[in-house]
Design a protein. Structure first.
Length: 313
């Protein structure tokens, strides 16, 4: 039986809408989720059902019966997961390139979500099986999952409030002279709805980057996201005319540096995905408040690419 959470509306919230008061009293749940429970009759105020817009007077007794939300229809599958951190509240998985995160059209099985549901069946009751953010299919690296409704809600809020530090490493085309900041709004491409592009009326998007290593015709960079738009890093560097090496969507035609060795030519032609890896997640644990700082080395194909670029340089 679901545990009932109770509380008394503080006097200082007198006159506030009930849904707003609930969001302050029970911050472990999102306001939209509390509103849905209120409409479903799962929240009682002084023993009766109120409307979200009803104003509280202060001193009311509130009883909340959290509701499970079985929004996941994917089947559990025994997919090997590289878990780099896990406790009873959350986990961080190192996703390999080529693995789709969420099931979708043409990808109903064999996704990260299927593997997560096999690893922890309790994730079935959480939105998106607890997955807090996503990575493109061919981007490797760290991905955060909340294992309880409370931790998932809090981590999602922390991500929106930019309290989770996300660092990537990437190889871009061209030689960058130094680090910088890209502040360009991103929206759907007007001519191709499967792509994103810099649009003056798009959503704000900010990317920070520093140079790790320069090669003859490429640059190894550390990238920090301030926002998290779809394809943000790939779109921003393509906009700056330094698309990520191997990017099949935003990279354009393969450019081979003059005098490139056979080994480098083979490496560049055979690397058929964006050279992008989510290397680090750092945040305050939503329950213990302890610092969590998780890192993962790039996969072997990424490291082999760097080795060839260094030899050529």
């Amino acid at each position: 039986m679901t545990e009932i959470l109770s509380g008394t509306v503080p006097d200082e919230l007198a006159g506030v809408r009930l849904d707003q008061a609930l969001a302050q009293m029970f911050p472990q749940f999102s306001r939209s989720r509390l509103k849905n429970w209120l409409l479903a009759g799962a929240i009682l105020v002084d023993g009766s059902v109120w409307k979200p817009r009803d104003a509280v007077g202060g001193g009311e007794q509130v009883d909340v019966r959290p509701q499970e939300e079985p929004a996941v229809t994917s089947e559990p599958e025994p997919i090997a997961l590289d878990l780099v951190y896990e406790d009873e509240h959350l986990l961080v998985v190192n996703k390999p390139a080529g693995l789709v995160v969420h099931p979708g059209a043409g990808n109903t099985r064999g996704t990260l979500m299927n593997g997560l549901l096999h690893h922890d069946p309790g994730l079935e009751s959480l939105p998106r099986a607890g997955i807090v953010h996503r990575l493109d299919k061919d981007t490797s690296g760290l991905l955060l999952v909340g294992k309880t409704l409370e931790s998932h809600t809090q981590l999602t809020r922390m991500l929106a409030d930019r309290e989770i530090s996300r660092h990537y490493v990437a190889v871009c085309n061209g030689v960058l002279t130094g680090g910088g900041r890209i502040d360009e709004p991103i929206g759907r491409h007007p001519g191709d709805r499967t792509r994103m592009s810099v649009q003056h009326n798009g959503r704000p998007a900010v990317t920070h980057y520093t140079v790790i290593e320069r090669f003859r015709a490429h640059t190894f960079i550390d990238v920090k996201l301030e926002t998290g738009r779809t394809h943000q890093i790939r779109v921003h560097f393509a906009y700056r005319r330094h698309p990520l090496l191997g990017d099949p969507v935003y990279g354009g035609r393969l450019a081979l540096p003059s005098g490139a060795s056979d080994a480098l030519i083979d490496a560049l032609r055979s690397f058929r995905r964006q050279a992008l890896h989510a290397a680090r997640l750092a945040f305050e644990h939503p329950v213990s408040c302890e610092a969590v700082d998780v890192r993962a080395e790039p996969p072997d194909d990424f490291l082999a690419l760097l080795d060839v670029l260094r030899e050529d340089a």
